[in-house]
Design a protein around this ligand. Structure first.
Ligand SMILES: [Zn+2]
Length: 132
């Protein structure tokens, strides 16, 4: 029952739980964190275990960042990076298209260098985004 879920979620928020921007891996509904720091899904009525990244770094999951005051700033950064990513993909496509029909060796070299730079940038963006 959808309405029941919404009511349940509203009650949770009122009782001091925080809604997380992470969906339950089972039912895809929003998950919550209660005052004790336990993350759970009110729809499945079960605790949600967060898979921590396999990195060696001690980075916390994005859920923990959520509580920090810098959230807006972070969203803004993610927004900018996504936009940049889109633009770079567009250019990547454009240059690839030009490269396809190019016969002038020097221009081919120029284009491939551009592509290399674009790919490098895209790679850096995805690393940066993962850290946000
Ligand atoms: Zn669930």
């Amino acid at each position: 029952m959808v309405n029941e879920n919404i009511k349940k979620m509203a009650d949770l928020l009122r009782s001091g739980s925080t809604m997380l921007n992470m969906a339950c891996p089972i039912c895809n509904n929003p998950t919550f964190r209660n005052k004790n720091g336990i993350i759970f899904c009110p729809t499945c009525n079960r605790k949600v275990l967060i898979a921590t990244s396999q990195n060696h770094s001690n980075e916390r999951t994005e859920i923990l960042h959520n509580k920090e005051p810098g959230t807006n700033n972070q969203n803004k950064q993610i927004e900018i990076l996504s936009l940049l990513q889109d633009v770079l993909f567009e250019k990547l496509e454009m240059i690839t298209d030009k490269l396809k029909n190019e016969t002038h060796l020097q221009l081919i070299e120029t284009y491939t260098k551009m592509l290399l730079n674009l790919l490098d940038l895209l790679n850096k963006i995805s690393v940066k985004r993962d850290k946000l």
